[in-house]
Write a protein that binds this ligand. Sequence first.
Ligand code: ZN
Length: 382
Amino acid sequence: MGARVVSAFEGRVHPQIMPATGSSARDDGHTTGAGGTLPGPARGSEVDALSEIETSYRYEQISPKAYEHPADRAATSALHAVPLLDTVIKRLIDLGHEKRLRQVVRGNAVKVGPDQLPEIWRRYVQVSSVLDLPATPDLFVYNQADVNAMTLGANKPIVVVNSSLVSSYTIDEVQTVLAHEAGHVLSEHYYYTTALVLLGQFVNGSLPKSLLLGLPARAIYYALLEWARAAELSSDRAAALVRADPLDPCRVMMRMAGGALPGMDFEAFLKQCTEYQGEDDLFSRHARFWAELKLDHPFAVRRVKELVEWVQSGEYDRIRAGSYPRRGHEPAPSAEFQAAVDAYKAKFTRFFERTAGDVQRLGRQLSDWLKTRVPASGTEEE
Ligand SMILES: [Zn+2]
């Protein structure tokens, strides 16, 4: 079954999107057909390398809606629909904690650029160009043992990759992760992600809980975690599009889930994923509910399964062939979309009912908190 899945991905050639301007620079030995190559290593000087990146293929003006997972879109709408929640999150960010978070990164991590880890930088600029990002966010490497990356910032995002990822994964794998992060950038996921990180710090006690006094902080945190899991599914698709190979994000997920052990069999992992029988409602079982709440990423197996199903739906091929919504020309949501939004609203309501009682009470709590937390103009609360 794994082999069947692999062959379903192979042999895609879309020269109008992906001119074969570069050599295949894969270092993991698998073939993807002409559509699966990205421009090869830089020839000549760094300046030449960057101009080569700029002139390589791109999904011009691609809208994030092109690769947005329906769960992401629905969860985002459901979050926006919680009365006052966006205002509370904006206030939380305005109080200065987001700025502090950025300063922690800027002051403690190494900024990547043409003169600092230039190959990582080159691959990163390439990703930014392929997705046609309006601007390339600053990129940092942070000394952390766990393999991870994230995109933060309320308005101007920054991308942070952990050192363990850079040191123990191949350059193609690192680029796959950078492509995933670029998907978060284009989808503007970073706003809620930042709120999630801040709330996590309060919930886990590394920031004073007094700030959130009166707020159903844990419920908001869980709702944002739920949203974040849906957002991951969109970014996995973006990574597949940028790398022009859906197997690349799948392989990285196997390595992250299994600890990047030598000798892991990718075919066997794909088989495991396609045979995985997830329930429609992953949270219907109490045990799994709490198990997943501790994770800000959904199960690797489920992510791979979602990606495989998306490719099999034909959507990936359509985008690769150049058929995708451009920015400012997004189609209206479908009828099924509203049903999905309602499902997420019901889920979020359950979170809030556990801690805030009913939704009216939640509204009162949020509004009372907002009244007591007026940011002083020009100053930050610390
Ligand atoms: Zn992500």
